[in-house]
Ligand binder design. Structure first.
Ligand code: SF4
Length: 442
């Protein structure tokens, strides 16, 4: 109760000033009786039509021909589209700008100021849509029929998006950094997974083309990991509904951890995140993976492990040695076989263009042999990942020193075609797809 110092009277406390992500507004969306039921709202803003689509995991608003913005259920902006330019915001606050022209696809990270302008622009649009829906008239479309509660929920969701201003986004990114170590990369089918980090960094950190996990490698204790899982859940809150596809147990080579400790970590995932139902993915490298037996993989599979991702990169051992990858093709093949024998599917990553012109023919021939020896099937995935020469990594310097010529885009396409042509599968083939590390945002 508040007390008036002059009259001595007391009155109920004022409603706390709403802030981004506050429980009251989030609860209106979360508490929607049939959250899985999509809701569409149509209306007009400043002479242009708008459409709001509310799904269980996110709200997408399009306005005229100009803008499409999307936020998750906590109001966190994650996608912004304007006139052929796509912007993806990661939870770490960075915004990736993607576009395409005659020269091909382009990617660039916005600087901090550019990211803040974009976030504020999205928040302002959500605010204007909120006020327009509140004032009416707008049309609600849902099956079964819309109810008065739909309007309340829509306004609550727009309110969350409107509160996610640059200042709120900055604070949110700082909170993310307290909960997570940098998330270097994920396999493409895990971009919408719930990431939890049982380890930090990469246990090897030697590959000359890679700068993805620059941190000192460390394995969390079960106590630390349980606390991390709790923090992740608290941080994401309603945003979890967008990242529910599966669980990704990170970071790089997370399965390098001794099996006894891994089992403890997976038990936490089963208990706290329903890992058996949702399924778990993780990276493993050929070298460490070799130390996991089929029995080890079975223990993890019983606790939800569904797919392991292994960076074969190349089947040509001299090329692996050249890029200081701590594995041989044989070790990768045996790791894949051990995982598959335990019923765990695999995602195998092959790099295109690695080793330039010097290694090209041997890379193609030995990679075909290695992948064919893995006996991949329909539950597996084969990724072709074109080499991206990252400034500051040793690879470009070593390649130049050795006189390697980088393959042109056309030569890369041809290399991929040649590898694909040489692959033979006994039954149904695995899914074969691209893995472009420049697309990654979490
Ligand atoms: S093992 Fe993987 S994450 Fe580690 S340095 Fe090599 S490519 Fe990078």
């Amino acid at each position: 109760m508040r007390r008036n110092p002059e009259t001595g009277e007391t009155s109920p406390p004022r409603d706390p000033k709403p802030t981004f992500g506050s429980a009251d507004v989030a609860a209106a969306w979360s508490g929607r009786p049939s959250a899985a039921r999509p809701l569409v709202v149509r209306g007009e803003l400043a002479g242009a039509p708008f459409t709001i689509l509310m799904r269980e995991e996110a709200l997408t608003a399009s306005w005229g021909e100009r803008l499409v913005v999307a936020c998750d259920r906590a109001g966190r902006l994650y996608s912004f589209w304007r006139a052929g330019h796509t912007y993806r915001r990661g939870l770490n606050g960075r915004v990736l700008h993607k576009c395409q022209d005659e020269a091909g696809r382009h990617w660039e990270w916005l600087d901090e100021a550019g990211a803040e302008v974009l976030v504020d622009e999205a928040a302002a649009l959500f605010r204007r849509l909120h006020d327009t829906v509140k004032a009416g008239p707008v049309r609600f479309i849902a099956h079964p029929e819309p109810t008065p509660l739909d309007r309340v929920v829509c306004l609550a969701a727009l309110e969350l998006g409107a509160r996610f201003t640059a200042a709120a986004a900055r604070a949110d990114a700082a909170r993310f950094a307290r909960v997570y170590a940098p998330i270097g990369i994920l396999p493409p089918d895990q971009y919408l997974a719930l990431v939890v980090q049982g380890t930090i960094g990469c246990s090897f950190d030697t590959c000359t083309f890679c700068d993805l996990f620059g941190q000192r490698y460390r394995v969390k204790t079960p106590l630390e990991f349980a606390k991390h899982v709790e923090d992740v859940r608290a941080y994401l809150g309603p945003s979890l509904s967008l990242r529910r596809r599966s669980i990704f147990f990170g970071s790089a080579n997370a399965l390098a951890v001794p099996i006894a400790r891994l089992v403890e970590h997976f038990d936490i995932l089963v208990r706290e995140l329903d890992a058996k139902t949702r399924g778990v993915g993780a990276f493993v490298d050929g070298f460490t993976g070799l130390r996991k037996t089929t029995a080890d993989f079975l223990m993890l599979a019983k606790r939800g492990l569904r797919r392991v991702y292994i960076g074969l990169e190349s089947g040509h051992d001299p090329l692996l040695a050249f890029v200081r990858k701590p594995a041989t093709a044989r070790q990768a093949i045996e790791t894949v076989r051990a995982a598959k024998a335990a019923g765990v599917s695999v995602g195998v990553i092959v790099m295109i263009g690695l080793g330039g012109d010097r290694f090209a023919d041997a890379h193609v021939a030995d990679t075909i042999t290695a992948v064919n020896a893995m006996a991949l099937g329909p539950t597996d995935v084969l990724y072709f990942s074109e080499l991206v020469e990252i400034p500051g990594t040793p690879y470009p310097v070593l390649a130049a020193h050795e006189g390697l010529r980088a393959l042109s885009p056309a030569e890369c396409r041809e290399q991929r075609r040649r590898i694909r042509e040489g692959l033979r599968f006994v039954g149904a083939p695995p899914k074969i797809t691209s893995y472009d590390i420049r697309e990654f945002v979490y």
